[in-house]
Design a protein around this ligand. Structure first.
Ligand code: SF4
Length: 450
Protein backbone atom coordinates (compact mmCIF):
# COMPACT_ATOMS: atom_id res chain seq x y z
CA UNK A 1 0.00 0.00 0.00
CA UNK A 2 1.30 3.52 -0.72
CA UNK A 3 -0.12 7.02 -0.54
CA UNK A 4 -1.68 8.57 -3.60
CA UNK A 5 0.38 11.62 -4.64
CA UNK A 6 -2.36 14.08 -3.68
CA UNK A 7 -3.28 12.64 -0.26
CA UNK A 8 -1.38 13.30 2.97
CA UNK A 9 0.76 10.25 3.73
CA UNK A 10 -0.70 8.33 6.68
CA UNK A 11 1.07 6.63 9.57
CA UNK A 12 -0.37 4.31 12.21
CA UNK A 13 1.34 4.44 15.61
CA UNK A 14 1.42 1.97 18.48
CA UNK A 15 3.19 3.25 21.62
CA UNK A 16 4.09 0.80 24.40
CA UNK A 17 6.21 1.06 27.53
CA UNK A 18 7.17 3.56 30.18
CA UNK A 19 6.97 7.38 30.24
CA UNK A 20 10.47 7.55 28.68
CA UNK A 21 9.22 5.55 25.69
CA UNK A 22 6.16 7.79 25.57
CA UNK A 23 8.44 10.82 25.20
CA UNK A 24 10.21 9.06 22.30
CA UNK A 25 6.82 8.47 20.67
CA UNK A 26 5.93 12.12 21.12
CA UNK A 27 9.15 13.20 19.42
CA UNK A 28 8.55 10.91 16.43
CA UNK A 29 4.91 12.03 16.16
CA UNK A 30 5.96 15.66 16.34
CA UNK A 31 8.44 15.12 13.49
CA UNK A 32 5.82 13.25 11.45
CA UNK A 33 3.33 16.08 11.83
CA UNK A 34 6.05 18.60 10.99
CA UNK A 35 6.66 16.73 7.74
CA UNK A 36 2.99 16.68 6.81
CA UNK A 37 2.15 13.08 7.75
CA UNK A 38 -1.29 12.31 9.14
CA UNK A 39 -1.45 9.97 12.12
CA UNK A 40 -4.43 7.62 11.73
CA UNK A 41 -6.09 5.31 14.27
CA UNK A 42 -6.91 2.40 11.90
CA UNK A 43 -4.40 -0.07 10.46
CA UNK A 44 -6.36 -0.15 7.19
CA UNK A 45 -5.91 3.56 6.58
CA UNK A 46 -2.19 3.65 7.28
CA UNK A 47 0.55 3.58 4.63
CA UNK A 48 2.97 2.38 7.28
CA UNK A 49 2.71 1.50 10.99
CA UNK A 50 5.33 2.36 13.65
CA UNK A 51 5.47 0.15 16.75
CA UNK A 52 7.44 1.68 19.64
CA UNK A 53 8.26 -1.33 21.81
CA UNK A 54 9.22 -2.03 25.42
CA UNK A 55 11.68 -4.71 26.47
CA UNK A 56 11.86 -4.21 30.23
CA UNK A 57 10.41 -7.48 31.52
CA UNK A 58 9.33 -10.67 29.81
CA UNK A 59 5.64 -9.73 29.80
CA UNK A 60 6.51 -6.41 28.10
CA UNK A 61 8.57 -8.28 25.48
CA UNK A 62 5.59 -10.56 24.79
CA UNK A 63 3.23 -7.59 24.57
CA UNK A 64 5.59 -5.87 22.12
CA UNK A 65 5.91 -8.98 19.95
CA UNK A 66 2.12 -9.34 19.93
CA UNK A 67 1.73 -5.70 18.86
CA UNK A 68 4.22 -6.21 16.01
CA UNK A 69 2.38 -9.39 14.98
CA UNK A 70 -0.96 -7.59 14.95
CA UNK A 71 0.41 -4.69 12.90
CA UNK A 72 2.00 -7.14 10.44
CA UNK A 73 -1.26 -9.08 10.06
CA UNK A 74 -3.47 -6.01 9.75
CA UNK A 75 -1.22 -3.78 7.66
CA UNK A 76 2.04 -5.51 6.70
CA UNK A 77 4.23 -2.38 6.47
CA UNK A 78 5.77 -2.11 9.91
CA UNK A 79 8.65 -0.08 11.38
CA UNK A 80 9.79 -1.28 14.80
CA UNK A 81 11.63 0.93 17.28
CA UNK A 82 12.17 1.28 21.05
CA UNK A 83 13.82 -0.84 23.72
CA UNK A 84 13.04 -4.21 22.18
CA UNK A 85 14.72 -2.97 18.99
CA UNK A 86 18.01 -3.56 20.81
CA UNK A 87 17.22 -7.26 20.45
CA UNK A 88 16.73 -7.11 16.69
CA UNK A 89 17.39 -10.84 16.22
CA UNK A 90 14.39 -11.74 18.34
CA UNK A 91 12.14 -9.57 16.18
CA UNK A 92 13.52 -10.43 12.76
CA UNK A 93 13.44 -14.15 13.55
CA UNK A 94 9.70 -13.94 14.28
CA UNK A 95 8.85 -11.21 11.73
CA UNK A 96 11.42 -11.28 8.89
CA UNK A 97 9.25 -8.91 6.83
CA UNK A 98 9.39 -5.85 9.13
CA UNK A 99 10.73 -2.81 7.25
CA UNK A 100 13.24 -1.67 9.85
CA UNK A 101 14.28 -2.23 13.46
CA UNK A 102 15.91 0.44 15.62
CA UNK A 103 16.59 1.02 19.30
CA UNK A 104 15.27 3.74 21.64
CA UNK A 105 15.80 7.43 20.70
CA UNK A 106 16.90 6.45 17.18
CA UNK A 107 14.50 8.94 15.61
CA UNK A 108 16.59 9.23 12.44
CA UNK A 109 16.30 5.50 11.64
CA UNK A 110 12.55 5.60 12.18
CA UNK A 111 12.12 8.63 9.92
CA UNK A 112 14.40 7.11 7.25
CA UNK A 113 12.34 3.91 7.20
CA UNK A 114 9.09 5.87 6.95
CA UNK A 115 10.48 8.07 4.16
CA UNK A 116 11.56 4.97 2.23
CA UNK A 117 8.07 3.47 2.46
CA UNK A 118 6.01 6.61 2.01
CA UNK A 119 7.83 9.87 1.25
CA UNK A 120 6.75 13.09 2.96
CA UNK A 121 4.43 15.30 0.98
CA UNK A 122 6.46 18.43 1.53
CA UNK A 123 9.28 19.91 3.62
CA UNK A 124 8.78 20.59 7.33
CA UNK A 125 6.48 23.51 7.85
CA UNK A 126 6.61 24.90 11.33
CA UNK A 127 3.03 26.18 11.38
CA UNK A 128 1.69 22.66 11.25
CA UNK A 129 2.94 22.16 14.78
CA UNK A 130 1.19 23.24 17.91
CA UNK A 131 3.77 25.20 19.95
CA UNK A 132 4.22 22.37 22.47
CA UNK A 133 4.73 19.62 19.81
CA UNK A 134 2.44 16.58 19.73
CA UNK A 135 1.69 15.28 23.20
CA UNK A 136 0.21 11.89 23.97
CA UNK A 137 -0.77 13.06 27.44
CA UNK A 138 -3.79 15.37 27.97
CA UNK A 139 -2.75 18.92 27.23
CA UNK A 140 -2.61 20.07 30.85
CA UNK A 141 0.29 17.82 31.89
CA UNK A 142 3.46 16.68 30.15
CA UNK A 143 6.47 14.48 30.80
CA UNK A 144 9.81 16.26 30.70
CA UNK A 145 12.65 13.85 29.94
CA UNK A 146 15.91 15.26 31.32
CA UNK A 147 18.33 12.47 30.44
CA UNK A 148 18.73 9.14 28.70
CA UNK A 149 20.38 5.98 29.96
CA UNK A 150 21.77 5.08 33.37
CA UNK A 151 25.20 4.65 34.97
CA UNK A 152 24.01 2.03 37.49
CA UNK A 153 23.97 -1.69 36.95
CA UNK A 154 21.13 -2.99 39.13
CA UNK A 155 21.29 -6.74 38.87
CA UNK A 156 17.61 -7.19 37.92
CA UNK A 157 17.60 -4.52 35.20
CA UNK A 158 18.70 -4.53 31.57
CA UNK A 159 17.91 -0.90 30.84
CA UNK A 160 21.58 0.24 30.80
CA UNK A 161 22.38 -2.46 28.24
CA UNK A 162 19.44 -1.29 26.13
CA UNK A 163 19.68 2.47 26.61
CA UNK A 164 23.37 2.96 27.41
CA UNK A 165 25.06 5.13 30.03
CA UNK A 166 23.66 8.39 31.41
CA UNK A 167 23.43 11.24 28.89
CA UNK A 168 21.95 14.39 30.40
CA UNK A 169 20.32 17.03 28.23
CA UNK A 170 21.90 20.47 28.69
CA UNK A 171 19.92 22.36 31.30
CA UNK A 172 19.02 25.27 29.00
CA UNK A 173 17.44 22.86 26.49
CA UNK A 174 15.35 21.24 29.20
CA UNK A 175 14.29 24.63 30.56
CA UNK A 176 13.41 25.94 27.10
CA UNK A 177 11.21 22.88 26.50
CA UNK A 178 9.58 23.29 29.92
CA UNK A 179 8.90 26.97 29.25
CA UNK A 180 7.33 26.19 25.84
CA UNK A 181 5.10 23.59 27.44
CA UNK A 182 3.94 25.95 30.20
CA UNK A 183 3.28 28.74 27.68
CA UNK A 184 1.19 26.26 25.67
CA UNK A 185 -1.04 25.61 28.70
CA UNK A 186 0.66 22.73 30.51
CA UNK A 187 -0.17 22.93 34.24
CA UNK A 188 2.02 20.12 35.47
CA UNK A 189 5.51 19.01 34.43
CA UNK A 190 6.50 15.45 35.30
CA UNK A 191 10.28 15.19 35.39
CA UNK A 192 11.39 11.73 34.21
CA UNK A 193 14.69 9.93 33.59
CA UNK A 194 16.22 6.67 34.79
CA UNK A 195 17.92 8.44 37.70
CA UNK A 196 16.88 12.05 38.23
CA UNK A 197 19.32 12.58 41.13
CA UNK A 198 22.26 11.82 38.81
CA UNK A 199 21.25 14.50 36.31
CA UNK A 200 24.33 16.33 35.01
CA UNK A 201 26.98 13.95 36.41
CA UNK A 202 28.01 12.95 32.87
CA UNK A 203 28.30 16.65 31.88
CA UNK A 204 30.36 17.43 34.98
CA UNK A 205 27.52 19.80 35.86
CA UNK A 206 28.37 22.11 32.93
CA UNK A 207 26.76 25.56 33.15
CA UNK A 208 24.74 27.01 30.26
CA UNK A 209 23.27 30.47 29.72
CA UNK A 210 19.61 30.74 30.64
CA UNK A 211 17.80 34.07 30.76
CA UNK A 212 20.96 36.08 31.29
CA UNK A 213 22.36 33.79 33.97
CA UNK A 214 24.58 30.72 34.04
CA UNK A 215 22.69 27.64 35.26
CA UNK A 216 24.38 24.33 36.03
CA UNK A 217 23.24 21.03 34.56
CA UNK A 218 22.49 19.66 38.00
CA UNK A 219 19.31 18.36 39.61
CA UNK A 220 19.11 21.02 42.29
CA UNK A 221 19.69 23.91 39.83
CA UNK A 222 17.20 22.48 37.35
CA UNK A 223 14.53 22.03 40.00
CA UNK A 224 15.04 25.57 41.33
CA UNK A 225 14.57 26.99 37.81
CA UNK A 226 11.59 24.79 36.97
CA UNK A 227 10.00 25.98 40.20
CA UNK A 228 9.82 29.50 38.77
CA UNK A 229 7.77 28.62 35.70
CA UNK A 230 4.40 28.65 37.47
CA UNK A 231 3.39 25.03 36.80
CA UNK A 232 3.32 22.10 39.18
CA UNK A 233 6.68 20.29 39.02
CA UNK A 234 6.71 16.62 40.04
CA UNK A 235 9.94 14.66 40.46
CA UNK A 236 10.09 11.01 39.47
CA UNK A 237 12.83 8.38 39.81
CA UNK A 238 14.87 10.17 42.47
CA UNK A 239 17.49 8.18 44.39
CA UNK A 240 18.16 9.22 47.99
CA UNK A 241 21.63 10.71 47.49
CA UNK A 242 22.60 13.35 50.07
CA UNK A 243 21.99 16.28 47.67
CA UNK A 244 18.28 15.36 47.47
CA UNK A 245 18.09 17.06 50.89
CA UNK A 246 18.56 20.38 49.06
CA UNK A 247 15.27 20.14 47.16
CA UNK A 248 13.19 19.64 50.33
CA UNK A 249 13.29 23.37 51.26
CA UNK A 250 12.00 24.20 47.74
CA UNK A 251 9.14 21.81 48.41
CA UNK A 252 8.47 23.34 51.84
CA UNK A 253 8.35 26.80 50.21
CA UNK A 254 5.86 25.61 47.58
CA UNK A 255 8.23 26.12 44.63
CA UNK A 256 7.93 22.51 43.48
CA UNK A 257 5.43 19.84 44.49
CA UNK A 258 6.19 18.23 47.85
CA UNK A 259 6.35 14.85 46.14
CA UNK A 260 9.23 12.43 45.69
CA UNK A 261 9.06 9.22 43.68
CA UNK A 262 11.92 7.12 45.02
CA UNK A 263 12.11 3.51 43.84
CA UNK A 264 13.54 1.97 47.04
CA UNK A 265 12.93 -1.63 45.80
CA UNK A 266 13.84 -3.19 49.18
CA UNK A 267 14.93 -2.38 52.71
CA UNK A 268 17.19 -5.28 53.67
CA UNK A 269 20.84 -4.20 53.20
CA UNK A 270 21.70 -7.74 52.10
CA UNK A 271 19.08 -7.75 49.35
CA UNK A 272 19.84 -4.17 48.28
CA UNK A 273 23.46 -5.19 47.92
CA UNK A 274 22.49 -8.21 45.81
CA UNK A 275 20.32 -5.90 43.73
CA UNK A 276 23.32 -3.51 43.38
CA UNK A 277 21.03 -0.59 44.11
CA UNK A 278 22.41 2.96 44.05
CA UNK A 279 22.55 4.76 47.42
CA UNK A 280 21.67 1.51 49.21
CA UNK A 281 23.92 2.36 52.15
CA UNK A 282 22.29 5.73 52.93
CA UNK A 283 20.42 5.97 56.21
CA UNK A 284 17.08 6.05 54.51
CA UNK A 285 14.71 5.86 57.48
CA UNK A 286 16.43 8.78 59.26
CA UNK A 287 16.48 10.80 56.05
CA UNK A 288 12.78 10.25 55.35
CA UNK A 289 11.92 11.30 58.90
CA UNK A 290 14.10 14.39 58.59
CA UNK A 291 12.48 15.33 55.24
CA UNK A 292 9.06 15.00 56.83
CA UNK A 293 10.07 17.28 59.70
CA UNK A 294 11.25 19.89 57.19
CA UNK A 295 8.27 19.50 54.88
CA UNK A 296 5.32 17.86 56.68
CA UNK A 297 3.15 17.82 53.54
CA UNK A 298 5.73 15.69 51.64
CA UNK A 299 4.27 12.72 49.75
CA UNK A 300 6.64 9.83 49.10
CA UNK A 301 5.92 7.27 46.44
CA UNK A 302 7.97 4.13 45.94
CA UNK A 303 8.11 0.72 44.32
CA UNK A 304 9.39 -2.55 45.77
CA UNK A 305 10.26 -6.04 44.63
CA UNK A 306 9.42 -9.01 46.85
CA UNK A 307 10.71 -12.54 46.32
CA UNK A 308 14.12 -11.42 45.00
CA UNK A 309 16.56 -14.39 44.86
CA UNK A 310 17.91 -15.10 48.35
CA UNK A 311 15.20 -13.09 50.18
CA UNK A 312 14.62 -14.73 53.56
CA UNK A 313 11.70 -14.24 55.94
CA UNK A 314 13.99 -12.01 57.98
CA UNK A 315 14.76 -9.81 54.95
CA UNK A 316 11.07 -9.61 54.19
CA UNK A 317 10.26 -8.63 57.79
CA UNK A 318 12.79 -5.82 57.47
CA UNK A 319 10.84 -4.60 54.49
CA UNK A 320 7.55 -4.63 56.41
CA UNK A 321 9.23 -2.80 59.32
CA UNK A 322 10.54 -0.24 56.84
CA UNK A 323 6.99 0.40 55.61
CA UNK A 324 5.78 0.91 59.18
CA UNK A 325 8.63 3.26 60.04
CA UNK A 326 8.65 5.38 56.91
CA UNK A 327 4.85 5.49 56.43
CA UNK A 328 5.21 5.92 52.68
CA UNK A 329 2.13 7.38 51.04
CA UNK A 330 2.01 5.59 47.70
CA UNK A 331 3.57 2.21 47.08
CA UNK A 332 3.69 -0.21 44.18
CA UNK A 333 4.97 -3.78 44.56
CA UNK A 334 5.99 -6.53 42.15
CA UNK A 335 6.97 -10.12 42.73
CA UNK A 336 10.42 -10.69 41.27
CA UNK A 337 10.37 -12.05 37.75
CA UNK A 338 13.57 -12.83 35.86
CA UNK A 339 14.30 -10.60 32.89
CA UNK A 340 16.10 -12.17 29.96
CA UNK A 341 19.75 -11.06 30.14
CA UNK A 342 19.67 -9.78 33.76
CA UNK A 343 22.53 -10.68 36.10
CA UNK A 344 20.12 -11.52 38.93
CA UNK A 345 18.93 -14.59 37.02
CA UNK A 346 22.12 -16.35 38.13
CA UNK A 347 21.77 -15.57 41.84
CA UNK A 348 21.36 -18.58 44.16
CA UNK A 349 18.29 -19.45 46.25
CA UNK A 350 15.40 -18.33 44.06
CA UNK A 351 12.21 -17.76 46.04
CA UNK A 352 9.39 -20.12 45.00
CA UNK A 353 6.59 -18.33 43.17
CA UNK A 354 3.91 -19.24 45.74
CA UNK A 355 6.04 -17.83 48.57
CA UNK A 356 6.75 -14.63 46.63
CA UNK A 357 3.02 -14.26 46.01
CA UNK A 358 2.25 -14.80 49.69
CA UNK A 359 4.79 -12.09 50.62
CA UNK A 360 3.30 -9.78 48.02
CA UNK A 361 -0.13 -10.16 49.62
CA UNK A 362 1.21 -9.55 53.13
CA UNK A 363 3.12 -6.51 51.87
CA UNK A 364 0.06 -5.04 50.15
CA UNK A 365 -2.13 -5.60 53.23
CA UNK A 366 0.29 -3.60 55.40
CA UNK A 367 0.57 -0.84 52.82
CA UNK A 368 -3.22 -0.66 52.27
CA UNK A 369 -3.64 -0.03 56.00
CA UNK A 370 -0.94 2.66 56.05
CA UNK A 371 -2.33 4.32 52.93
CA UNK A 372 -5.91 4.30 54.32
CA UNK A 373 -4.74 5.89 57.57
CA UNK A 374 -2.75 8.57 55.80
CA UNK A 375 -5.60 9.42 53.44
CA UNK A 376 -8.14 9.47 56.31
CA UNK A 377 -6.04 12.14 58.03
CA UNK A 378 -6.71 14.45 55.06
CA UNK A 379 -10.51 14.35 55.43
CA UNK A 380 -11.70 17.81 56.45
CA UNK A 381 -8.82 19.62 54.71
CA UNK A 382 -9.16 21.84 51.67
CA UNK A 383 -6.70 20.89 48.93
CA UNK A 384 -5.96 22.17 45.45
CA UNK A 385 -7.04 19.65 42.82
CA UNK A 386 -6.00 19.63 39.16
CA UNK A 387 -8.95 18.41 37.11
CA UNK A 388 -8.22 15.60 34.61
CA UNK A 389 -11.67 14.66 33.32
CA UNK A 390 -15.39 15.20 33.73
CA UNK A 391 -17.91 12.36 33.87
CA UNK A 392 -21.57 11.90 34.81
CA UNK A 393 -20.70 11.70 38.53
CA UNK A 394 -18.75 14.97 38.63
CA UNK A 395 -15.07 15.48 37.96
CA UNK A 396 -11.90 13.46 38.54
CA UNK A 397 -8.68 15.18 39.43
CA UNK A 398 -5.50 14.85 41.40
CA UNK A 399 -4.10 16.61 44.42
CA UNK A 400 -0.46 17.57 44.78
CA UNK A 401 0.10 14.07 46.21
CA UNK A 402 -1.04 12.19 43.11
CA UNK A 403 0.91 11.59 39.92
CA UNK A 404 -1.20 10.70 36.87
CA UNK A 405 -1.75 7.00 36.07
CA UNK A 406 0.15 5.61 39.06
CA UNK A 407 -1.39 7.24 42.17
CA UNK A 408 -4.91 7.80 43.42
CA UNK A 409 -7.49 10.37 42.33
CA UNK A 410 -9.75 12.92 43.96
CA UNK A 411 -13.40 12.69 42.93
CA UNK A 412 -15.13 16.07 42.99
CA UNK A 413 -18.80 15.16 43.41
CA UNK A 414 -20.15 18.54 42.31
CA UNK A 415 -17.53 19.15 39.62
CA UNK A 416 -19.78 18.66 36.55
CA UNK A 417 -19.14 22.20 35.32
CA UNK A 418 -15.35 22.08 35.63
CA UNK A 419 -12.91 21.68 32.76
CA UNK A 420 -9.77 19.52 32.44
CA UNK A 421 -6.71 21.58 33.39
CA UNK A 422 -8.51 23.73 36.00
CA UNK A 423 -7.05 23.91 39.51
CA UNK A 424 -9.77 24.20 42.14
CA UNK A 425 -10.00 24.10 45.96
CA UNK A 426 -11.76 20.93 47.15
CA UNK A 427 -13.01 20.13 50.65
CA UNK A 428 -12.04 16.50 51.25
CA UNK A 429 -15.00 14.59 52.72
CA UNK A 430 -14.19 10.89 52.30
CA UNK A 431 -11.30 8.51 51.71
CA UNK A 432 -10.56 4.84 51.09
CA UNK A 433 -7.30 2.91 50.66
CA UNK A 434 -6.30 4.81 47.52
CA UNK A 435 -8.57 7.72 46.65
CA UNK A 436 -10.25 10.79 48.10
CA UNK A 437 -13.62 12.40 47.43
CA UNK A 438 -15.08 15.79 48.22
CA UNK A 439 -16.77 18.86 46.88
CA UNK A 440 -15.80 22.31 45.70
CA UNK A 441 -14.78 24.48 48.62
CA UNK A 442 -15.73 28.12 49.01
CA UNK A 443 -12.53 29.89 48.04
CA UNK A 444 -12.38 31.81 51.32
CA UNK A 445 -11.51 28.59 53.18
CA UNK A 446 -7.80 28.15 53.81
CA UNK A 447 -6.15 25.80 51.35
CA UNK A 448 -3.71 23.31 52.76
CA UNK A 449 -1.14 22.45 50.11
CA UNK A 450 -2.07 25.40 47.90
S1 SF4 B 1 18.94 2.68 38.41
FE1 SF4 B 1 18.99 0.48 38.28
S2 SF4 B 1 16.84 -0.11 37.87
FE2 SF4 B 1 17.05 2.06 37.35
S3 SF4 B 1 17.55 2.05 35.15
FE3 SF4 B 1 19.49 2.17 36.28
S4 SF4 B 1 20.13 0.02 36.39
FE4 SF4 B 1 17.94 -0.01 35.89
Amino acid sequence: MSASPSADPKVGFVSLGCPKALVDSERILTQLRAEGYQVVPEYDDADVVVVNTCGFIDSAVEESLEAIGEAMAENGKVVVTGCLGKRAGLISERFPEVLSISGPQDYDSVMRAIHAQVPPKHEPFFDLLPAQGIKLTPKHYAYLKISEGCNHRCSFCIIPSMRGNLRSRPVNQVLAEAQRLVRAGVQELLVVSQDTSAYGVDQRYAAYPWQGREVETRMTSLVAELGQLGAWVRLHYVYPYPHVDQVIPLMAEGKVLPYLDIPFQHASPRILKAMKRPAHAEKVIDRVQQWRRQCPQLTIRSTFIVGFPGETEEDFQMLLDFLEQTQLDRVGCFTYSPVDGAEANHLPNPVPEALAQERFERFMAVQARISSERLRARVGQVETVLIDEIDEDGALGRSRSDAPEIDGVVRVNDGHQLKPGQKVPVLIEASDAHDLAGRLAPSKLNIINA
